[in-house]
Design a protein around this ligand. Structure first.
Ligand SMILES: Cc1cc2nc3c(=O)[nH]c(=O)nc-3n(C[C@H](O)[C@H](O)[C@H](O)COP(=O)(O)OP(=O)(O)OC[C@H]3O[C@@H](n4cnc5c(N)ncnc54)[C@H](O)[C@@H]3O)c2cc1C
Length: 393
């Protein structure tokens, strides 16, 4: 006899972006989801900002939570590209919502808990076992375990679900770029009117938007060939890092250095990784989604949106197919080509941002008009993806 959805329990590992969105969609199809988050408590003030594109916000709209989740976001109407002398190079009419990452994950988590979904903190997954074909067991660092009909790893780029289930899977790869960024206030910088300004600088790339509250959201990318040790990066004092960025951008137009100089708060720094294509994303009762399956570099602003797309598509597959294995197989076949293409496009985009030397820079400047035109086409294709909830898979 087929098990009804009402009797099925899904273990969801990770309460970032994919986890709560998947949980809410699974609840919609009658399954009981429980989210296990490794952190001991929420850290909603932590982190940087991200751009949510239409393909991501549509997933929230279908769920009926777009307004509450994006309450603290700011509209970005287009990207304007300029060179280091502030000469306009082109623009991309991409509409996105700019939002602090911590506020996004807080709003998603609260939307889930308000709908009665359990989120357990302090549950760091250490192992997954599949004793037979219709169950999965999660083992946590605190010595506890949880049993479910299936388990979905939404535990991000360094996913323990992936490492437990696929010990030979490739590890995330450093892309040769350091991402940096922060928030500041500076009255001398004019209002952006919904425009995110991007500068192809001499030794790095710089983007910012001044949002209606007057706060400036900015980020910077520069090349560093060897992967830095994360701990080493974290121990660099703020003042030293700020000086380094000012030095890297010393030949760029005044707004860039002015924004960096006026930043008093912490400037975040992250080596950029993406994930080589995995041989598979699932077993019979365990599946990976979001960054755990296909982490992309941030250069086309798609990681969170793809995680949301994954969530709705996986829930549709679980709704329409007999068992978890069939659902996971269909899910992977529906998603793989799209996400792998975006990981590729994002990496290529990153390579154009941070040329390593003067020759590479001259070549980049020559091909930039072509690159920007192709960028618009790529963005249109990426953003126009829609998932129709009602349509069966
Ligand atoms: C600097 C930077 C800029 C970015 N910019 C953008 C952007 O502009 N647009 C965009 O769309 N995306 C952007 N991204 C990517 C985006 O943040 C991710 O793609 C997105 O968060 C992926 O969602 P996820 O749910 O798969 O993973 P995450 O959001 O990383 O969530 C994973 C969750 O799992 C938890 N977890 C981890 N390990 C365990 C464990 N063992 N047990 C239990 N829980 C665990 C974590 O604590 C976390 O809460 C950016 C990323 C970075 C680093």
């Amino acid at each position: 006899m087929t098990q009804s959805n009402e009797d099925r329990k899904a273990l969801i590992i990770g309460c970032g972006v994919a986890g709560p969105v998947l949980a809410m969609y699974l609840q919609r199809v009658g399954i009981t989801p429980i989210i296990y988050e490794g952190r001991s408590e929420p850290r909603d003030e932590e982190g940087f900002f991200l751009n949510l594109a239409k393909n991501g916000t549509d997933v929230l709209e279908t769920l009926g939570i777009e307004d509450e989740v994006l309450e603290n976001g700011h509209q970005s109407n287009r990207l304007v590209f300029q060179n280091h002398k502030q000469k306009r190079l082109g623009e991309n009419p991409s509409e996105t919502v700019v939002i602090k990452r911590g506020l996004l994950t807080k709003a998603l988590r609260e939307a889930a808990t308000e709908r009665g979904i359990t989120v357990e903190f302090g549950k760091r997954l250490v192992d997954v076992q599949v004793p037979h074909d219709d169950m999965a067991i999660a083992y946590f660092e605190d010595g506890t375990e949880a049993h479910g009909d299936f388990l979905v790893g939404c535990d991000g780029i360094h996913s323990q679900t992936r490492r437990s289930m696929f010990p030979n899977a490739p590890e995330p790869e450093y892309t040769g770029i350091i991402d940096s960024g922060a928030f500041t206030h500076n009255d001398s910088i004019p209002q952006s009117d919904g425009v995110m300004r991007m500068t192809f600088g001499v030794d790095g790339f710089f983007g910012y938007q001044k949002v209606p509250t007057g706060e400036i959201f900015w980020f910077e990318n520069h090349e560093r060939k060897q992967a830095p040790d994360r701990a080493e990066l974290e121990t660099i004092p703020q003042a030293e890092w700020k000086e380094k960025l000012l030095h890297l951008h010393k030949d760029d137009h005044e707004e860039v250095t002015e924004i960096i100089r006026s930043t008093d708060g912490e400037i975040g720094k992250w080596p950029v990784y993406d994930l080589p294509a995995l041989p598979t994303w699932h077993t019979k009762t365990v599946c990976l989604i979001g960054d755990a399956a296909h982490a992309t570099s941030p250069h086309v602003g798609q990681g969170a949106s793809l995680a949301m797309e994954d969530a709705i598509v996986l829930a549709k597959c679980v709704r329409d197919l007999e068992n978890a294995q069939d659902a996971f197989e269909r899910f992977e076949s529906l998603r793989r080509d799209r996400v792998e293409e975006i990981v590729e496009i994002s990496r290529e985009t990153g390579n154009q941002k941070a040329p390593s030397n003067i020759v590479a820079r001259k070549i980049r400047d020559l091909i930039l008009p072509f690159f920007l035109k192709r960028g618009v086409e790529n963005f249109e294709k990426i953003y126009s993806y829609r998932v129709d909830w009602a349509e069966p898979v």
